[in-house]
Design a protein around this ligand. Structure first.
Ligand code: GLN
Length: 251
């Protein structure tokens, strides 16, 4: 355990799990690509076979989808993916309603909401899967974050100018214990509907929060294979990094 090369040799016989990474070129800032790598590695360690589909603007939609990931990006990256996202909007809404787990970070979180209005006043319509609306500001919200969530305490790092407001009845992803979160004023961070999680947390967020990673994988594996049989994974390093950030920020 702990030896990545040795763990990679574990035969994967529990079935394929298909991950779709939306726009890895345009929307993958601050290491968010690490979330996809983390899920693929954990699936292997649990004995499943990950199949990663990098979805680029204009490409056909993959046949099998068990989990969808999206990362952060510049406002300009969000403009570049907007048309493709609109082209697949109905499909993504349907998958969300079916309970497919999705993790959308920062810029993609904003585009899974109702709309993102840039600091210049340009309105990018979102998918409306999450009932949130975001406005760009001159000041950025930057720094380390600790949240309370359904998955336990979650640590990460935020860097966004967008200030997000939840619609009435929209559940947040977490409650801010340290950091700014959606808007720096109402104590909420991110949003969650069905198994769709939107959040500002980079880091990337999953390697330091294995309970969140496996929470998403469990739903994906059940959809893909009809069950979830987690393997033995040594999370000592991840837990140390996680607990160190909690202690440093909350005392
Ligand atoms: N452009 C958006 C903002 O600053 C998203 C930033 C990001 O994804 N890091 O609010």
């Amino acid at each position: 355990p702990g030896d990545v090369a040795a763990l990679a040799e574990v035969p994967a016989d529990k079935g394929e799990v298909h991950l779709v990474h939306l726009y890895p070129r345009e929307m993958s800032i601050y290491g968010d690509l690490g979330n996809t790598r983390c899920l693929a590695a954990r699936l292997r360690w649990h004995g499943y076979q990950p199949v990663v589909h990098d979805h680029h603007p204009g490409a056909p939609w993959p046949d099998r989808v068990d989990l969808v990931l999206g990362g952060g990006g510049q406002d300009s990256g969000q403009v570049r993916v907007q048309d493709d996202l609109a082209a697949h909007a109905d499909r993504l809404r349907e998958l969300a309603t079916e309970g497919v787990p999705m993790l959308m970070i920062c810029g993609m979180y904003q585009l899974f909401g109702e709309a993102f209005v840039t600091v210049e006043g340009r309105r990018l319509p979102g998918l409306g899967i999450l009932d949130v609306t975001t406005r760009g500001n001159e000041t950025r919200m930057i720094g380390p974050v600790v949240l309370d969530t359904d998955f336990g305490p979650v640590v990460g790092y935020e860097n966004h100018s967008g200030s997000t407001v939840l619609g009435t009845g929209q559940r947040p992803f977490g409650r801010v214990r340290h950091g700014r979160g959606n808007n720096g004023s109402d104590g909420t961070e991110g949003a969650r509907t069905h198994n769709v999680v939107g959040s500002y947390l980079h880091g990337p967020v999953l390697p330091a929060n294995p309970q969140l990673a496996d929470g998403l994988l469990e739903v994906a594996a059940r959809r893909a294979t009809g069950g979830w049989e987690p393997g033995e994974v040594d999370d000592t390093l991840a837990r140390e990094a996680h607990d160190r950030q909690v202690r440093r920020l909350l005392g």
